[in-house]
Design a protein around this ligand. Sequence first.
Ligand code: SAM
Length: 217
Amino acid sequence: MNEEKKQEIYWDQHFKEFDQIYSYRKSRLKSILDSTFRKDMYKRFQFVFENSEPIEGKTVLDAGCGSGRFSMEFAKRKAKKVTGIDISENMISLAKIIVEEAKVEDICEFHKSSILEFQPEMKYDISIAIGVFDYIKEPLPELTKLAKLSKGIVIISFPRIFTWRAPVRKLRLSLNKCDVYFYSKSQIKILSEQAGLNINKIKKVGKLYCVVAFPNT
Ligand SMILES: C[S@@+](CC[C@H](N)C(=O)[O-])C[C@H]1O[C@@H](n2cnc3c(N)ncnc32)[C@H](O)[C@@H]1O
């Protein structure tokens, strides 16, 4: 089975549990655990919106959109069009429900697609891939594709390699048959250059690096 198929199966099984991290509808214990162990997810959310304004009137690509929480926020902030893509059918279905509940479904569209398969007719003003490169073994083709799909800002998160959490997370996910990959700052710089992305900012955000970049051309 190829890497992408394994990811699809994993996320099709774990989509609800993943989205619970964003939800306020959970037990007090789960809220405390998430705010302690998953706080990087909230921080990266904040990073994306601190760095992507002005959003109004812009086209947005949310690559590996998962349950669409970022897509929903871009739509609420008056993006012109938000396109979310993901390899997991269940994530896509949940994303559609979430943007409908937020009454921004007219602004959003979702497609079941990998980054490499996706063939839009346009380039995007803002592209993000958050929590996605964690799960891609050879990231250069996907990074290159993101650069090609973008005419403006590109924001990407990468999990940092030298943290206490990296081996713990690797073990936990491998028990669930999900591979996860970690990156050093120099590796991110080399990969971005090879992909045709000029890094404007690379910031430690908890146990992640969050990168703001622009395509070369
Ligand atoms: C941890 S979730 C992050 C979802 C969302 N970006 C967020 O931060 O809330 C990772 C998502 O990436 C998707 N994914 C993994 N590899 C992908 C690929 N090659 N192309 C598109 N989506 C992918 C998974 O299906 C999953 O929904």
